[in-house]
Design a protein around this ligand. Structure first.
Ligand code: HAX
Length: 436
């Protein structure tokens, strides 16, 4: 069964569950909101639903119930490669099922059919100042394509609510297929003398991305691994939540994912991967290019904290252990670049930073997140322009955000509209001991 048919059968089977929950159990309490949560960014407040992935604070992410090692093992592999097809992971996120090889090939063929990027997108990118951040270019390119939205056209023509998921799926597939060539174009325009490499129709999404970037094997596997690891982290993180929020107004995926990219570009979120490299480079520069000793590193970590800055790549709003996405990349490094000095330095930071953060006593989670390890791999394979790293995250994150938006439309999830209160109200309730 083709992906779209399978998806529709799943959505149809799921719809009554949501109806029953709302109709028969809508009053059941699942959480409470305290003043701390109200001021503190709604941390941990259970107010979003997704079945695409779940983040356990101790264990880390599960994609459709599967841990990272399980997904990596079960998803069909690209022939001759260590890593699975990104297309297969997208199938898993959308349907909850591991695809067969034939099903993966169908998705790969669909992406190829849809991957042509309109010339006006490149024209717009070319008119932008060349020193614009690549995330600004990426977001602009996505937004510029809004005129292609099938959802928008069908909505304007008049469409039944039950059918929203269908053009949203079409838009999601079209956008997903175009993100790798756009990302590679930005990279080569900005950092490779504006020379470009045509796509190779024989390659899968990850392989083709590496080819268009102009980076040799095993960068194809690096790309597959990156896109899969960064794909989804349930719905409350800034990029996923922004995508969901904007889409809840029935804005199409171009509006929604461009907005999600803008959230991902924040240094407390996806941009942390470039910040990690920036921090490492600073440390090495200050020592005349040499790798620091543990004592020197500890001093740099304290200097960072004492100057009121965060240690990038460490801490997390939900996780309370080492991020399994960090571990997966560390395993890759151990296999492919065990003696690389920067990898050794990243390992040394892993030995020292949690102790320093624990001693400082502020961060609830002193362990590394995905961003602590990702830049070093890029650097090793020659992608040293670290302001590009968040774009790579953005290509991967689309797999999860777009899957979620398709399901949001399939299940008719509501316009998101939490309630604000004033400081005065909080003070009144604080005095009274509870909201009366
Ligand atoms: N370095 C220094 N201080 C840190 C810290 C870190 N790595 N992590 C947390 N803290 C501080 C917070 O700034 C906060 O300080 P204040 O009380 O002065 O405001 C305090 O510890 C409590 O924070 P928390 O509850 O542990 O963490 P939050 O949920 O508020 O924030 C962050 C989570 C990820 C934003 C935070 O850990 C951080 O700033 N980390 C560094 C940036 C980073 O790596 N971001 C990427 C996260 C993963 C991700 O989304 N990738 O895309």
């Amino acid at each position: 069964m083709a992906l779209k048919d399978k998806l529709f059968s799943k959505i149809e089977a799921w719809r009554p569950r949501i109806k029953t929950l709302l109709k028969d159990h809508g009053e059941v309490k699942i959480d409470e909101v305290t003043i701390e949560k109200c001021i503190g960014g709604a941390r941990d407040v259970k107010s979003l639903v997704t079945d695409i992935s779940y983040l356990d604070p101790q264990e880390g992410i599960r994609f459709r119930g599967m841990t990272i090692p399980e997904a990596m093992e079960k998803l069909p592999k690209v022939p001759g490669s260590e890593m699975p097809y990104v297309e297969g992971h997208f199938y898993l996120l959308l349907t909850g099922e591991v695809p067969t090889k034939k099903e993966v090939e169908e998705v790969a063929a669909e992406f190829k059919k849809r991957s042509h990027v309109p010339q006006y997108v490149y024209d717009i990118l070319r008119t932008m100042p060349r020193d614009s951040h690549p995330m600004v270019m990426f977001s602009t390119a996505i937004l510029a394509m809004q005129r292609e939205s099938i959802f928008c056209r069908k909505y304007t023509d008049g469409m039944n609510k039950n059918d929203y998921w269908d053009p949203t799926y079409e838009d999601a597939m079209n956008l997903m297929a175009k993100l790798p060539p756009i990302a590679a174009y930005i990279y080569r325009m900005k950092y490779k003398g504006d020379t470009h490499i045509a796509p190779n129709a024989d390659l899968d999404l990850g392989g083709n991305f590496a080819h268009m970037m102009g980076v040799q094997k095993p960068y194809d596997d690096v790309s597959r691994m990156y896109f899969i690891l960064h794909s989804d982290h349930e719905s409350g993180n800034v990029s996923a939540h922004t995508g969901h929020l904007v889409a809840s107004a029935l804005s199409d995926v171009y509006y929604s994912y461009s907005a999600a990219i803008n959230g991902l570009a924040g240094p407390l979120h996806g941009l942390a991967n470039q910040e990690v490299l920036h921090w490492i480079q600073n440390v090495m520069e200050k020592l005349g290019g040499k790798v620091p000793t543990k004592d020197e590193l500890e001093k740099f970590l304290w200097d960072t904290l004492n100057s009121g800055q965060v240690i990038p790549g460490y801490g997390h709003a939900v996780l309370r252990k080492t991020d399994p996405r960090y571990t997966a990349q560390m395993e890759f490094c151990k296999k492919h670049l065990p003696d690389y000095p920067m990898f050794k330095l990243v390992n040394m930071i892993y030995e020292v930073a949690p102790g320093v953060l624990t001693k400082q006593g502020k961060a609830k989670n002193p362990w590394p997140n995905v961003d602590a390890q990702s830049g070093v791999i890029q650097w090793y394979y020659g992608v040293t322009d670290y302001d590009f790293y968040t774009v790579l995250f953005g290509v991967g994150r689309a797999l999860g955000v777009l899957s979620n938006i398709v399901w949001d439309r399939g299940l008719g999830y509501a316009l998101e509209r939490p309630k604000s209160v004033t400081t005065e109200m909080l003070e009144k309730w604080a005095k009274e001991g509870a909201k009366k």
